[in-house]
Design a protein around this ligand. Sequence first.
Ligand code: DC
Length: 215
Amino acid sequence: MIIAIDGPAGSGKGTITKIIADRLGIVNIDTGAMYRCIALAFLRSNLSIEDKEGIIALTKKIKIKFGENGKVFLDDEEVSGLIRTKEISTVVSPISSIVEVREQMVKSQRKLAEGCSIIMEGRDITTVVFPNADYKFYLDATLEERARRRFKQNQEAGIEMSYEEVLESIRKRDYNDMHKEVGSLTRTEDQIYIDSTNLTIEEVAQEILKHIKER
Ligand code: DC
């Protein structure tokens, strides 16, 4: 079984997929974390953001792995916290716009689903990675609500950013995510659309589980 979830930054995909994966006992893959790992490797290199070829070569060289409880490893180093900084969020968008980087990630993502049931979240999972997934969801919320959630998450993680800064950063990321040459965040007829603006996490999880149980 493959469950694919797409949606913009701060729509709650990460939290929800973890819950669904736990309840169904299936593997959970956060594809944003994969792009964030490339961004971390990039920040640690001497490459410039204009050096596409260099970034493509770097993508091919690094190894990204997932461990228990959603832990993320870059070349065997646990980087789960390191990939959530402000610096990473700034460079991850242009990096994830490089077509060859995406091709490489899509290949890895399909491999991760071989032989197991999986729930995968990102921006192009329902459209490019698994267009034939068993279940396809688009999780949404208003820009303001998403900024409010991300601001709260940042505060809890000790990341210092004002609400206005968070709002602007998400607005920019929305634009970039929706205007990529390949793999842009898109709404399609065959996704189940869920607006989580006025829903609790549990209500969203129940809504998704309801669709899964119905079939
Ligand atoms: O979900 P996130 O905010 O952690 O994702 C980080 C960035 O990676 C986001 O700005 C868009 C990009 N991304 C992507 O292009 N395709 C995906 N499948 C997942 C994330």
